[in-house]
Design a protein around this ligand. Structure first.
Ligand SMILES: NC(=O)C1=CN([C@@H]2O[C@H](COP(=O)(O)OP(=O)(O)OC[C@H]3O[C@@H](n4cnc5c(N)ncnc54)[C@H](O)[C@@H]3O)[C@@H](O)[C@H]2O)C=CC1
Ligand SMILES: O=C(O)C(=O)[C@H](O)COP(=O)(O)O
Length: 384
C-alpha cells in the first residue's frame, strides 16, 4: 500500500470541505485567495485556489509547489503553459458547478417570462459555447419544448453539424446566453466577443445573458448600446473588471448578480472533491472519501411538483436570482474600494443554495409529456 506523504497544502479560505478531504495529506493552511502571495507558498507542496488567484510564474517561482488545483470550471486565471514547462501537476474541476449555472439561467428566464408576460415557448434561445454548461442548458431547454440554436466554432470545426455563426445568432435569436471560457488569443478568442460593432445587431427586445466570464462582453460598449436600446433586457452574473463593477451597467440590468451563478453548495463541494480525487491520482493513492461523504444533506429534502411551471414557486426555495440581485444592488454604488470588498464579501458569505438534482422530487402528474420528467428531475441523487 502506498504511504500517505506529509504535504503542506495552502488553500483559498473560501474553498469548502477542505479539512475532511485534505487534512489526511499533512498540514493544511488557508489564506485569502485574492491576496495569495509567493511568501504564503514558501513551504507549500500543494496549492488549491478558486478563480480569484492568478497562478503563474510570479506566484510560484522559487516555491516547492508540485501540484496546483483550482476548484472551478474556468481556468483563465491559471498559466497552464508555465505549469507544464515546470512539470507541476494541475487539475481543474470541469463541470463541477455546471448544473448550478444552468439553474441560474433557467430561474432567471422563468422569472423574466413571468414578469414580462411572454411565453418561453415562443422564443428562440441561442447558446454561445456548448460545453458542460451550454450543453446541459440545451438539454433542459429542449426538454421544456423551447427552441434552441447553438454557436460553438471549436466544436463545429471537429463535428460539423447544425451550428450557427455568432453573426447569425445575433439576428435570429430572442435570448442570447453566453457560456464560453475567457480566451485571449488563438483561432477562436472570446475576449470582447460581443463588442461595439456587433452588440447593436441584437434583435429587437432581445435578452442578453452572461454567466461565463465578464470580459467576453466589452462592458463599456454594452453600457452605451443598452442606454441607446431600452428594448434590451440584460442578465449579468459576471463583470469585466470584477470585483469592481460598473454601477451604471448594473442599473441597466434586469438581473445583476456578483458572479454566483455557479455557487450552489453542491457545485462548490463537488469542485473541492474533484481536486481531492485528482491529488489522490497524482500521488497514486486510493480515493477513500466519496462526494456523498462530504456533501451535507439538503434541508429541503423533497418537493412535490406537477409540471415545470411549478418550478417558479419552488425556485424561491431552491434558487431565486432576485435574492442575489437585491443584495448586489445594495453594494454597486459604494466607492470603488468599498465596492470591491463588498463584492468579495457577498461571495464569501454566500447563503446555502442547493441544486434541484440533489432533491427528491415527487412528480404528481405522470403524463408522458410532463416537462419535469423530460428535464430529468424525476431522478433524485447526487451526481458526481
Ligand atoms: N458564472 C459562474 O459562476 C460560472 C462561470 N463559468 C464559466 O463558464 C465557462 C464555460 O463552462 P463550461 O461549459 O463548463 O466549459 P466547457 O469547457 O465545458 O465548454 C466551453 C465551450 O465553449 C466553446 N468555445 C470556445 N471558444 C468559443 C468561441 N469563440 N465561441 C463559441 N464557443 C466557444 C468550447 O468549444 C466549449 O464547447 C467556464 O470556462 C467559466 O469561465 C463556469 C462556471 C461558473
Ligand atoms: O467555476 C467557475 O469557473 C466559476 O466561475 C466559479 O463559480 C467562480 O467562483 P470563485 O472561484 O470565484 O469562487
Amino acid at each position: 500500500m502506498t504511504a500517505v506523504p506529509h504535504l503542506t497544502i495552502v488553500a483559498d479560505e473560501n474553498i469548502p470541505a477542505l479539512a475532511p478531504l485534505f487534512q489526511r495529506f499533512g498540514t493544511l493552511r488557508t489564506c485569502a485567495g485574492r491576496s495569495m502571495r509567493a511568501e504564503d507558498l514558501k513551504d507549500a507542496d500543494v496549492v488549491l485556489v478558486r478563480s480569484v488567484t492568478r497562478v503563474n510564474q510570479a506566484l510560484l517561482a522559487g516555491t516547492p509547489v508540485r501540484f496546483v488545483g483550482t476548484a472551478t470550471i474556468g481556468t483563465d486565471h491559471i498559466d497552464q503553459d508555465w505549469l507544464r514547462q515546470q512539470g507541476i501537476g494541475f487539475s481543474s474541476a470541469p463541470g463541477c458547478n455546471a448544473d448550478s449555472v444552468v439553474e441560474y439561467v433557467l430561474s432567471s428566464l422563468l422569472q423574466l417570462a413571468f414578469e414580462q408576460r411572454f411565453n418561453l415557448l415562443d422564443k428562440v434561445v441561442g447558446i454561445v459555447g456548448v460545453g458542460n454548461v451550454g450543453g446541459r442548458l440545451q438539454q433542459r431547454l429542449q426538454a421544456l419544448g423551447i427552441r434552441v440554436c447553438l454557436c460553438d466554432p471549436p466544436r463545429q470545426a471537429v463535428e460539423g453539424g447544425d451550428f450557427l455563426s455568432l453573426d447569425q445568432m445575433l439576428v435570429e435569436v430572442d435570448i442570447l446566453a453566453l457560456h464560453t471560457p475567457l480566451i485571449q488569443s488563438g483561432e477562436w478568442p472570446t475576449y470582447h466577443l460581443l463588442n461595439a460593432e456587433n452588440l447593436p445587431r441584437l434583435k429587437q427586445n432581445a435578452i442578453l445573458l452572461n454567466a461565463g466570464r465578464g470580459p467576453v462582453i466589452d462592458n463599456t460598449a454594452l453600457l452605451e448600446v443598452s442606454l441607446a436600446r431600452p428594448d434590451l433586457t440584460l442578465v449579468m452574473d459576471v463583470w469585466e473588471h470584477e470585483p469592481a463593477v460598473c454601477a451604471r451597467l448594473a442599473e441597466r440590468c434586469a438581473i445583476a448578480t456578483p458572479h454566483i451563478a455557479g455557487y450552489s453548495l453542491d457545485g462548490k463541494i463537488r469542485g473541492t472533491w474533484m481536486l481531492y480525487r485528482a491529488l489522490c491520482e497524482q500521488l497514486g493513492l486510493p480515493v477513500e472519501t466519496e462526494l456523498k461523504d462530504v456533501l451535507p444533506a439538503s434541508s429541503v429534502r423533497s418537493l412535490t411538483l406537477t409540471d415545470a411551471e411549478d418550478l417558479l414557486t419552488p425556485a424561491r426555495l431552491v434558487y431565486d436570482p432576485y435574492r442575489d440581485d437585491r443584495a448586489f444592488r445594495k453594494i454597486v454604488h459604494l466607492p470603488e474600494a468599498e465596492q470591491r470588498q463588498a463584492f468579495d464579501r457577498l461571495r464569501r458569505e454566500y447563503p446555502e443554495r442547493r441544486e434541484y438534482c440533489t432533491l427528491q422530487l415527487a412528480i404528481e402528474d405522470d403524463t408522458p409529456g410532463n416537462h419535469l420528467r423530460a428535464m430529468g428531475f424525476a431522478t433524485a441523487g447526487v451526481n458526481s
